[in-house]
Design a protein around this ligand. Structure first.
Ligand code: UD1
Ligand code: UDP
Length: 370
């Protein structure tokens, strides 16, 4: 019988699948027993199954199909369903990644069963408590035995909150592993430039899906106006793979999409990575996209007032423009004037191996579950 510690990996949304894929591969490579529990927070094919297929990940052992709802309904149902699986599987350690409701639910389920929790991407802070993601990540960090901080900055944030040094492991961000593992294939195999009639270096890429922006009619309209202004001045199209939350908001508010902004369905990772690499400029409110732009050396304008990725600002890879049209336009000009030769602050692409090593090397405490 194996003495390996058993890992359960809880995930539920697009960025969690992408950033946990390198850890799943590492478990496979090292023959570590693991179980994947998919909460079903994301369920549209374009936000979930497409990634399992194209990233060659095994199907999750558990699909909880929780779906959409209010924060309380969604989180509550996920806690109930995750708990049932953990009682059946009895893993030694559970891994969650990031800041979604799936992460908070996994964290609470572990706390209640006294199962060890590892938080991948620990210590990110926007200092904006209005964001549900900020509350989720703070709570997950304080519930965790293993805090996998991507950078020294995130470690500092955790220490400032009184978290013991011996629980914090600076590993780099697994997004670097993901970009390294897929970029070559993306550039070699994608047909996305032909599909959308785009030429590398002659278009911009937009993503905007955050609740605080797209659920607010005025803010979303202002963001679209600013992006439209950038497109006109650069004389370039902006491709906008639109998240369902944002698509619903456009329909509900009856918003007008500027002429040179082209909305398309969400893309798979290979196509999206290729489009990021070839873009003149990336405009986004996404956390993962800010990181990827920085790693790929593509200038980024963040359509928010704050970021939990200050490392991108520190290396001059990103500016915060908010949603005011003039600030977006000026942010774009500023970023295009900078030379994109910054250092990647998110690590060397071996984060997943470090995370798995930490778990393998730690002792299993007596379990108090029941
Ligand atoms: C969630 C995360 C956010 C993350 C994003 C990744 C929380 C609080 N938010 O936001 O941090 O950046 O995932 O993309 O956890 N919908 C679909 N199909 C789906 C899923 C959702 O159509 O597969 C629509 C539904 O109308 C739903 C809405 O999108 O009500 C919002 O979905 P939800 O999972 O609540 O949050 P996201 O905006 O996706
Ligand atoms: N992404 C993708 N297809 C798209 C848009 C984004 O594969 O059409 C990827 C992107 O490369 C990044 C991740 O999704 O790895 C970011 O997810 P999202 O913006 O939904 O969430 P956030 O990072 O803001 O939590």
């Amino acid at each position: 019988m194996s003495n390996e510690r058993e890992i359960a990996i809880v995930l539920g949304t697009r960025p969690e699948i992408i950033k946990l894929a390198p850890i799943i591969r590492e478990c496979e490579a090292q023959s570590i027993p693991y179980t994947v529990i998919h909460t079903g927070q994301h369920y549209s094919d374009s936000l979930t199954s497409v990634f399992f297929e194209e990233l060659s990940l095994p199907k999750p052992e558990y699909e909880l199909s929780v779906g959409s709802g209010t924060h309380g309904q969604q989180t509550g149902q996920m806690i109930i369903d995750i708990e049932a699986v953990l009682l059946e599987e009895e893993p030694d350690v559970v891994l969650v990644q990031g800041d979604t409701n799936s992460v908070l639910s996994g964290a609470i389920a572990c706390c209640k069963l006294s199962i060890e929790l590892g938080h991948v991407e620990a210590g990110l802070r926007s200092r904006d408590r209005e964001m549900p993601e900020e509350r989720n990540r703070v709570l997950a960090d304080h519930a965790s035995e293993y805090l996998f901080a991507p950078t020294a900055q995130s470690k500092r944030s955790l220490r400032e909150e009184g978290i013991d040094d011996d629980r914090i492991h600076v590993t780099g961000n697994t997004v670097v592993d993901a970009v390294r593992q897929h970029k070559r294939v993306a550039m070699a195999e994608t047909s996305v430039f032909d599909d959308y009639d785009l030429t590398r270096g002659e278009y911009c890429l937009l993503t905007a899906h955050r609740a605080e922006t797209v659920d607010d009619e005025g803010r979303f309209a202002s963001l679209l106006e600013g992006v439209g202004r950038v497109a006109e001045r650069l004389d370039q199209d902006v491709l906008y793979p639109i998240h369902p939350r944002a698509a619903n908001a456009v329909a509900e508010f009856g918003l007008e999409i500027p002429d040179r902004v082209r909305t398309v369905d969400p893309l798979d990772y290979i196509d999206f990575l290729a489009l990021e690499s070839g873009a003149t400029l990336i405009l986004t409110d996404s956390g993962g996209v800010q990181e990827e732009a920085c790693i790929l050396g593509v200038p980024c304008v963040t359509l928010r007032e704050n970021t939990e990725r200050p490392e991108t600002l520190a290396v001059d890879a990103n500016v915060l423009a908010g949603t005011d049209p003039q600030s977006i336009y000026e942010g774009a000009r500023e970023m295009l004037d900078r030379s994109p030769n910054w250092e990647n602050p998110f690590g060397d692409g071996d984060a997943a191996a470090r995370i798995v090593d930490v778990i393998r090397q730690s002792e299993t405490p007596a379990r108090v579950a029941g």
